[in-house]
Design a protein around this ligand. Structure first.
Ligand SMILES: Cc1cc2nc3c(=O)[nH]c(=O)nc-3n(C[C@H](O)[C@H](O)[C@H](O)COP(=O)(O)O)c2cc1C
Length: 333
């Protein structure tokens, strides 16, 4: 086992390495969370990966039975998630140590988590949002920059992280593009307390998605990643498959008009979200039934260019840490 890397993040959570296995819709599962936490990082998953809610309860119970190390849950905190309160309660009842919030206000999660001593990190893409969540009592920030998988932010992590680290007093974790250990050295030198790694873990043996999706991550270059609003209405990073090229990366005009119009926005946004999520779900699990095809929507970030093989989550964490130590030792004195 490599030397531990001690930062404010590892001390806060009681973990060995400052590596969060980021929550990924349709990708993260029990096996990944347990393997990442057991390897010394912290595994996390979106609560909504387990539906209905009984499956979510069983998944958390299973994780907690398989590892004594901390784990994390991602709760979508906007109104479209009607399960929010139950998701939080079940996690707390099982002693989940970390919550990661995305979209919407994290006020409820922070209040409930703190009653149990759990920590809350909030996804942010700028200083204004960082200040809001810090005022609500967030324990840390996930600074989501350009190049990230999922809903990437518009600011380069090279700027976003030192900016937030300078202005804010709570730990800042860098999200966006991290797949090799030299980037952890870079992140820590920018003032980050750790890294939030998504895309790299799609190409893991444990990920519950189709092999064609994992192979696409291994084979793609950063130039194959495009931003599309067709998935959820908000720009999201996807692999530019033939299917994505065919359907385009903009919402159809009709939906765009509905979304931008005050009267219909309320109904159009959840509809767009649902339509997008349905196509993602069909793509990610296409082996169930029809053959996987390149005609699908696969979410991933620019770090695909740094991913060359499908390996276990433990190996991914160990490689990141070993590469970090090599990178630090190789820096000019
Ligand atoms: C396939 C995929 C699904 C994602 N789903 C979610 C999600 O459900 N909730 C969330 O907060 N972030 C989600 N993200 C964002 C990740 O948690 C993380 O911030 C991002 O992957 C970091 O950038 P990277 O992919 O370059 O490592 C997703 C990312 C990917 C690639």
């Amino acid at each position: 086992m490599s030397n531990a890397i001690s930062t404010s993040l590892t001390r806060l959570l009681g973990i060995r390495y400052p590596i969060i296995g980021a929550p990924m819709f349709l990708v993260s599962n029990v096996e990944m969370v347990v393997a990442i936490s057991e390897a010394g990082g912290i595994g996390t998953f979106p609560a909504l990966n387990y539906r209905p809610i009984e499956k979510y309860r069983d998944a958390i119970a299973e994780m907690k039975a398989l590892t004594k190390k901390p784990i994390g849950v991602n709760v979508i905190v906007n109104k479209s998630n009607t399960r929010q309160n139950e998701d939080i309660k079940i996690a707390l009842d099982h002693g989940v140590e970390l919550f990661i919030t995305s979209l919407g206000s994290p006020a409820t999660v922070i209040r409930e988590a703190h009653k149990n001593g759990a920590k809350v990190f909030c996804d942010v893409t700028n200083l204004e949002h960082a200040r809001k969540v810090a005022d609500l009592g967030a324990d840390g920030l996930v600074a989501v920059g350009t190049g990230a998988g999922g809903h990437a932010g518009p600011i380069s992590p090279l700027v976003l992280v030192p900016w937030l680290a300078r202005e804010m007093k709570i730990p800042v974790v860098l999200a966006g593009g991290v797949a090799v250990g030299s980037q952890i050295a870079a992140a820590l030198s920018l003032g980050a307390a750790g890294v939030h790694v998504g895309t790299r873990f799609i190409a893991s043996t444990e990920a519950g998605v189709d092999l064609a999706y994992k192979n696409a991550v291994v084979q793609s270059t950063p130039e194959d990643i495009v931003m599309t609003t067709r998935v959820s209405g908000t720009p999201a990073a996807v692999i530019n498959t033939d299917y994505v090229k065919k359907i385009g990366t903009d919402l159809p005009l009709a939906l765009r008009v509905l979304k931008d119009h005050g009267l219909t926005k309320k109904y159009a946004v959840p509809l767009i979200h649902w339509l997008g999520m349905r196509s993602l779900e069909q793509a990610a699990t296409s082996s169930a039934g029809e053959k996987p095809s390149w005609k699908t929507v696969w979410s991933a970030g620019q770090s695909v260019g740094l991913v060359n093989e499908i390996i276990s989550c433990r190996e991914i964490v160990e490689n990141l840490v070993a590469e970090y130590h090599v990178a630090v030792a190789a820096l000019p004195r």
